[in-house]
Structure formats: C-alpha cells, structure tokens
Design a protein around this ligand. Structure first.
Ligand SMILES: *Cc1c(COP(=O)(O)O)cnc(C)c1O
Length: 380
C-alpha cells in the first residue's frame, strides 16, 4: 500500500462521473471564457462564506494583488505580512511597488501576531519613511488568523485587511468566516488546496461593490465601459470556465469534506498525544479546513527520514521563512525580529491530510510517528 500525502484521485472517484460530465458540458457549450459556469460559481462561492461578492481570477497570487491594486497601494506604502507563509503572500507587495514589512506569528497556531503587528506599525510610523496601508493575514494550514484582534489594530491605524485564505477558505472563527473582519478575502484553487480545481484558479471575496468593480476592471486589462475602453493599467486574470464547472461540483461537497478533514484531525490529535511536541493546534474558537496537518517535533528531520522509510510521505512548510530567502531578506522586519517564525521553521512537519484519509491508513501513520525515537532519546 502506498500512502498519498493528498489523495486527489480518491476524491475524483468519490465525486463520480458528474465531475467529468461538467467538464464536457463546458467543452460542448463553446462558452470557454467567462461562461455561465463562472458566474454561477462566483455566486455560490460568495454565498458559501457569507460574502456579498466573489470575483474569479487566474490564481491565488493574482487574488492577493487585486485588492491592493484596487486600493491604490503602491510606492512608499508599507504592507504588513507574515514571513512564515508561501512566497505569494509577500511577492505581490513589491509587484505593486510597495514594501512588505515582515511580522512575527503566534507560536503554535502560526497566525500573524497582533501584538507584534501593532509594534511593527508603530515602528514604521515613527521612522516615517513608509506609509502603513494594509495588512495581509494568512489562514496558515487552514486555520483562521486572530481576526478580531488584528482587525481592531488595523482599524485603529487606518489600515485595510486582506485575509489570504488560499489554505483556509471555508475556515471560521467563533462561527464566522474571515470576511466578517477582512476588507477582502482571497483564495487559491490550486489542486492541493482544500477547495482545489484541476489547474490554476483563484478568487477574491468582498462586501464592497466599488472594490468589486475596480478589481473586475484590473483583472481584465483595466477595462472601463466597453471592451476596448482602457481606463487603467490592468492584467489578464480570469477564472477558466472549465475550472469553474469543476469547482461547482467540488463546492457542493466542500462542507462535508471540511467535516471529514476535522474528523481525521481529531483522530491524529488523539493518536499523536505524547509522541510529538505539539499535534495540530487550532486557535481557540476556530474551525480549520486543515490544508495541512502540521505538527511540531524536536527531531523533525529525523522523523521525516523515519517516516519516509516506513512509506509515509511528509512535507515541511516552511523550512526557510521568507525573511531568510534571497529575494526577501532585504525587506524590513518588525522590531525584535521574528523569533517565533525562526523557531517554528525548525520544528514543523506536515503529515498526510485530505478528506478521504481513512482510519486504517491513519493508524499506520500514527504508528510510524509513535515508533520513532529521536537520536537524543535513543542514546539516553
Ligand atoms: C497557494 C498559496 C497562494 C497562491 O496561490 P496560487 O494559486 O498558487 O497562485 C497564496 N497564498 C498562500 C498562503 C498560499 O498557500
């Protein structure tokens, strides 16, 4: 038996022939660009998370860029974001000529740390070189950031909030989706994300109709009234009709899949207790979509090697946070640096997680983790 890290083929089999039929229906319709499937999906996606509007786009990276473009964030502006995230979160900030300022995360749950965020905003204000404009919070590994705290700080300092929910679309905090607090929520439909398609795709959610109109314009060449009226410098970022048709099928079962992922997470938590520094941990009041099941282990690399030997695939998100990367190390950090980020990068390891993960397979994985003895303990 080979164990998959994320078993998308099992999901495809579970969804049955309807999914492939929906692809063919778009092929046959000839409405390949911005066809009816895109509109229907945008409406259903917005409804799923209680947002007024959704705008499909080409990928989750463009999705983070679009609100910054709509808000006119640019040269001389500071955008606060974590370093413990996928590169796309910070990458789009210099794209719009603004400067990312790296903020530390909260130990154990990895959301942007509200206290360090406030210190970072104050430090940038004191220095007076950059103008604080926006915060990008990340729903890392599927769980919501501490939105009540960080949105209060953002409001106090006049900053907009983006929830980069590429890994966490569908997550909630105290029963509410991030759109409750964020000015824009973005997501990615990259296949391995909790709500993924069969290629690239992304979306932005908003409750603001003016932002929506601006983002729609930026996403299609800065269009004005008609197709050949260009009123701003935009880009070409559309959600593909075939991907929208696939996503409609997947969205229909997504709520059930979140339940299935949480059942698997609970099973891991019980089985791993006492064998790891920390099993997967969610912020109080949060419900995660478990894009990753990330644990902490003192001998993370030893555990990865032992699990590989036992046929259990693992992954490390993220071994080198962005502020340690060549392309990003020159950008500023909040006061005192990023100790929780540096510490997390040394101990995190992610185990297989997907909605179709069955109990016997999980027992093999849990057994392999439990059987591992770190070098330090072996000699003791
Ligand atoms: C995957 C991801 C993105 C980017 O999504 P793409 O669709 O691959 O462009 C952005 N932010 C985070 C946190 C992600 O995990």
């Amino acid at each position: 038996m080979s164990i998959a890290f994320i078993d998308l083929q099992a999901q495809r089999r579970r969804l049955g022939p309807k999914l492939e039929e929906s692809i063919l229906s778009v092929v046959r319709s000839g409405q390949w660009i911005l066809g009816p499937a895109v509109k229907e999906f945008e409406e259903k996606l917005a409804a799923f998370c209680g947002a007024k509007y959704a705008l499909g786009c080409a990928n989750g990276t463009d999705a983070v860029a679009l609100p910054l473009m709509a808000w006119g964030v640019g040269e001389g502006d500071a955008v606060f974001c974590p370093s413990f995230t996928f590169a796309a979160t910070a990458e789009i900030v210099p794209w719009v000529s603004a400067t990312p300022v790296f903020v530390d995360v909260t130990a154990g749950t990895y959301g942007i740390d509200p206290q360090h965020l406030e210190k970072s905003i104050e430090a940038v204000k004191r220095e007076g070189k950059l103008k604080p404009k926006a915060v990008i919070a990340v729903d890392l590994f599927g769980q919501p950031a501490d939105y009540p705290a960080l949105s209060a700080i953002a409001k106090k300092h006049g900053l907009k909030v983006i929830a980069d929910s590429a890994q966490g679309f569908g997550c909630t905090l105290h029963g509410k989706h991030p759109i409750e607090w964020a000015d824009a929520v973005t997501t990615s439909f990259f296949p391995a994300k909790p709500l993924g398609c069969y290629g690239d795709g992304g979306a932005v959610l908003t409750n603001n109709s003016e932002d929506l109109a601006l983002m729609r314009s930026y996403a299609v060449h800065g269009g004005g009234g008609d197709k050949y009226d260009n009123v701003r410098i935009g880009m070409n970022s559309r959600l593909d009709s075939i991907q929208a048709a696939i996503l409609l099928q997947k969205l229909a079962v997504f709520a059930d899949e979140i339940v299935m992922r949480n059942q698997a997470a609970d099973r891991y938590a019980k089985g791993l207790a006492g064998h790891v520094l920390q099993a997967g941990t969610v912020i109080a009041g949060g419900c995660s979509t478990w894009a990753q099941y990330t644990i902490e282990h003192e001998d993370r690399d030893g555990l990865a090697a032992a699990l590989k030997e036992a046929g259990v695939p693992t992954a490390i998100y993220y071994p080198r946070p962005l502020h340690q990367q060549t392309a990003y190390k020159a950008f500023p950090q909040g006061p005192g640096g990023l100790p929780n980020t540096d510490a997390a990068a040394n101990v995190v390891i992610s185990l297989p997680m997907h909605a179709d993960l069955d109990a016997p397979t999980q027992d093999v994985i849990i057994g392999a983790v439990a059987a591992f003895r770190p070098a330090a303990r072996r000699t003791a």
